[in-house]
Write a protein that binds this ligand. Structure first.
Ligand SMILES: [Zn+2]
Length: 195
Protein backbone atom coordinates (compact mmCIF):
# COMPACT_ATOMS: atom_id res chain seq x y z
CA UNK A 1 0.00 0.00 0.00
CA UNK A 2 1.29 3.49 -0.86
CA UNK A 3 0.00 7.02 -1.22
CA UNK A 4 -1.10 8.69 -4.44
CA UNK A 5 1.52 11.30 -5.45
CA UNK A 6 -1.23 13.55 -6.78
CA UNK A 7 -3.88 13.64 -4.06
CA UNK A 8 -2.20 11.87 -1.13
CA UNK A 9 -4.94 9.23 -0.75
CA UNK A 10 -3.78 5.75 0.21
CA UNK A 11 -4.18 3.27 -2.60
CA UNK A 12 -3.75 -0.45 -3.25
CA UNK A 13 -3.90 -0.43 -7.05
CA UNK A 14 -2.04 1.46 -9.75
CA UNK A 15 -5.05 3.69 -10.49
CA UNK A 16 -5.95 5.94 -7.56
CA UNK A 17 -9.55 5.39 -6.39
CA UNK A 18 -9.73 8.99 -5.20
CA UNK A 19 -8.49 11.07 -8.17
CA UNK A 20 -8.41 8.45 -10.93
CA UNK A 21 -4.78 8.96 -11.95
CA UNK A 22 -2.35 6.09 -12.56
CA UNK A 23 0.90 6.20 -10.57
CA UNK A 24 2.90 7.58 -13.52
CA UNK A 25 0.24 10.22 -14.31
CA UNK A 26 0.21 11.22 -10.62
CA UNK A 27 4.01 11.52 -10.66
CA UNK A 28 3.82 13.75 -13.75
CA UNK A 29 1.17 15.98 -12.14
CA UNK A 30 3.17 16.30 -8.92
CA UNK A 31 6.34 17.27 -10.76
CA UNK A 32 4.40 19.93 -12.69
CA UNK A 33 3.07 21.37 -9.42
CA UNK A 34 6.55 21.34 -7.88
CA UNK A 35 7.91 23.26 -10.86
CA UNK A 36 5.16 25.91 -10.60
CA UNK A 37 5.66 26.42 -6.88
CA UNK A 38 9.41 26.58 -7.29
CA UNK A 39 8.89 29.37 -9.86
CA UNK A 40 6.68 31.28 -7.37
CA UNK A 41 9.41 30.84 -4.74
CA UNK A 42 12.19 32.06 -7.05
CA UNK A 43 10.24 35.16 -8.08
CA UNK A 44 9.54 35.76 -4.37
CA UNK A 45 13.26 35.61 -3.61
CA UNK A 46 13.90 38.27 -6.29
CA UNK A 47 11.02 40.37 -4.91
CA UNK A 48 12.60 40.09 -1.48
CA UNK A 49 16.01 41.30 -2.64
CA UNK A 50 14.39 44.26 -4.44
CA UNK A 51 12.19 45.11 -1.42
CA UNK A 52 15.14 44.85 0.97
CA UNK A 53 17.01 47.48 -1.05
CA UNK A 54 14.09 49.94 -0.96
CA UNK A 55 14.07 50.43 2.82
CA UNK A 56 17.45 48.95 3.74
CA UNK A 57 17.56 47.46 7.21
CA UNK A 58 20.51 48.32 9.39
CA UNK A 59 21.21 44.59 9.67
CA UNK A 60 20.63 44.01 5.96
CA UNK A 61 23.61 41.68 5.57
CA UNK A 62 22.39 39.36 8.34
CA UNK A 63 18.92 39.32 6.77
CA UNK A 64 20.41 38.53 3.34
CA UNK A 65 22.44 35.66 4.80
CA UNK A 66 19.29 34.29 6.43
CA UNK A 67 17.31 34.45 3.17
CA UNK A 68 20.27 32.89 1.31
CA UNK A 69 20.33 29.90 3.66
CA UNK A 70 16.55 29.57 3.37
CA UNK A 71 16.86 29.77 -0.43
CA UNK A 72 19.29 26.86 -0.71
CA UNK A 73 17.47 24.76 1.91
CA UNK A 74 14.21 25.17 0.00
CA UNK A 75 15.76 24.32 -3.37
CA UNK A 76 17.53 21.33 -1.79
CA UNK A 77 14.19 20.17 -0.40
CA UNK A 78 12.61 20.56 -3.87
CA UNK A 79 15.31 18.36 -5.42
CA UNK A 80 14.93 15.75 -2.67
CA UNK A 81 11.14 15.78 -3.18
CA UNK A 82 11.45 15.35 -6.92
CA UNK A 83 13.93 12.48 -6.48
CA UNK A 84 11.46 10.71 -4.18
CA UNK A 85 8.57 11.35 -6.58
CA UNK A 86 10.59 9.79 -9.42
CA UNK A 87 11.05 6.65 -7.33
CA UNK A 88 7.36 6.76 -6.24
CA UNK A 89 8.27 7.01 -2.55
CA UNK A 90 6.22 8.61 0.21
CA UNK A 91 6.27 12.45 -0.19
CA UNK A 92 3.29 13.78 1.81
CA UNK A 93 5.19 15.21 4.81
CA UNK A 94 8.01 16.69 2.71
CA UNK A 95 5.45 18.18 0.34
CA UNK A 96 3.70 20.01 3.17
CA UNK A 97 6.98 21.47 4.47
CA UNK A 98 7.93 22.51 0.95
CA UNK A 99 4.58 24.15 0.19
CA UNK A 100 4.82 25.96 3.54
CA UNK A 101 8.19 27.48 2.58
CA UNK A 102 7.02 28.83 -0.81
CA UNK A 103 5.35 32.06 0.50
CA UNK A 104 8.13 32.86 3.01
CA UNK A 105 10.21 35.21 0.77
CA UNK A 106 6.99 37.01 -0.25
CA UNK A 107 5.99 37.45 3.41
CA UNK A 108 9.46 38.71 4.36
CA UNK A 109 9.45 41.12 1.39
CA UNK A 110 6.05 42.47 2.54
CA UNK A 111 7.32 42.74 6.12
CA UNK A 112 10.37 44.80 5.11
CA UNK A 113 8.29 47.05 2.82
CA UNK A 114 5.62 47.61 5.49
CA UNK A 115 8.33 48.26 8.06
CA UNK A 116 9.59 51.17 5.94
CA UNK A 117 6.47 52.49 4.16
CA UNK A 118 4.32 52.81 7.29
CA UNK A 119 7.12 53.99 9.57
CA UNK A 120 6.11 57.31 11.17
CA UNK A 121 9.02 57.45 13.62
CA UNK A 122 11.34 60.46 13.51
CA UNK A 123 14.85 59.64 12.33
CA UNK A 124 17.73 59.65 14.78
CA UNK A 125 21.05 61.02 13.57
CA UNK A 126 24.24 59.15 14.33
CA UNK A 127 27.53 60.87 13.61
CA UNK A 128 30.17 58.27 12.80
CA UNK A 129 33.30 57.87 10.72
CA UNK A 130 33.79 55.84 7.54
CA UNK A 131 36.32 53.05 8.09
CA UNK A 132 36.14 51.41 4.68
CA UNK A 133 33.81 50.77 1.75
CA UNK A 134 32.52 47.62 0.15
CA UNK A 135 30.73 47.10 -3.16
CA UNK A 136 29.50 43.91 -4.78
CA UNK A 137 28.33 44.25 -8.40
CA UNK A 138 25.40 42.24 -9.69
CA UNK A 139 21.79 42.58 -10.87
CA UNK A 140 21.02 44.16 -7.48
CA UNK A 141 24.34 45.78 -6.49
CA UNK A 142 25.30 45.92 -2.83
CA UNK A 143 27.14 49.03 -1.63
CA UNK A 144 28.13 49.51 1.98
CA UNK A 145 29.91 52.14 4.01
CA UNK A 146 31.63 50.41 6.91
CA UNK A 147 31.47 52.79 9.87
CA UNK A 148 32.18 52.57 13.59
CA UNK A 149 29.08 51.50 15.50
CA UNK A 150 27.01 53.57 17.93
CA UNK A 151 25.23 50.48 19.25
CA UNK A 152 26.36 48.61 22.29
CA UNK A 153 27.96 45.26 21.55
CA UNK A 154 28.61 46.09 17.87
CA UNK A 155 32.03 47.11 16.60
CA UNK A 156 31.08 48.31 13.12
CA UNK A 157 27.94 48.97 11.09
CA UNK A 158 27.64 48.11 7.42
CA UNK A 159 25.47 50.97 6.11
CA UNK A 160 23.64 50.23 2.82
CA UNK A 161 23.96 53.25 0.50
CA UNK A 162 23.16 54.12 -3.11
CA UNK A 163 25.80 54.71 -5.75
CA UNK A 164 25.97 58.49 -5.28
CA UNK A 165 26.55 58.28 -1.54
CA UNK A 166 28.96 55.43 -2.03
CA UNK A 167 31.08 57.57 -4.36
CA UNK A 168 31.03 60.79 -2.34
CA UNK A 169 32.28 59.31 0.93
CA UNK A 170 35.82 58.06 1.49
CA UNK A 171 37.45 56.24 4.39
CA UNK A 172 38.17 58.76 7.16
CA UNK A 173 35.18 61.01 6.34
CA UNK A 174 32.67 61.91 9.02
CA UNK A 175 29.13 60.90 8.08
CA UNK A 176 25.71 61.27 9.65
CA UNK A 177 23.54 58.18 9.36
CA UNK A 178 19.77 58.75 9.50
CA UNK A 179 18.25 55.77 11.27
CA UNK A 180 14.52 55.09 11.57
CA UNK A 181 13.02 52.66 14.04
CA UNK A 182 10.76 50.79 11.64
CA UNK A 183 7.08 49.94 12.09
CA UNK A 184 7.79 46.40 13.31
CA UNK A 185 11.06 47.28 15.03
CA UNK A 186 13.52 46.53 12.24
CA UNK A 187 15.76 49.62 12.23
CA UNK A 188 16.55 50.90 8.75
CA UNK A 189 18.71 53.58 7.13
CA UNK A 190 16.80 56.43 5.46
CA UNK A 191 19.93 58.21 4.23
CA UNK A 192 23.42 59.47 4.92
CA UNK A 193 24.55 63.11 4.96
CA UNK A 194 27.65 65.15 5.61
CA UNK A 195 27.92 66.76 9.06
ZN1 LIG B 1 -4.99 10.28 -6.18
Amino acid sequence: MSRCLNCGATRDEDVCASCGLSSSAAEFTLRGKLLNRTAIFLVGAIAFVVASARYPALNLDKILIFIGVLFFLTLGLAMWLEGRALRHLEVEALKRIYYGLIPVPWLLAGLLLGNGVMDNSAPTFQEVRVISKFAMPGPVPNRRLIVNSWREGERVERIPVDRMDFDRFSPGDAVIVNVREGLVGIPWVSGVTRP
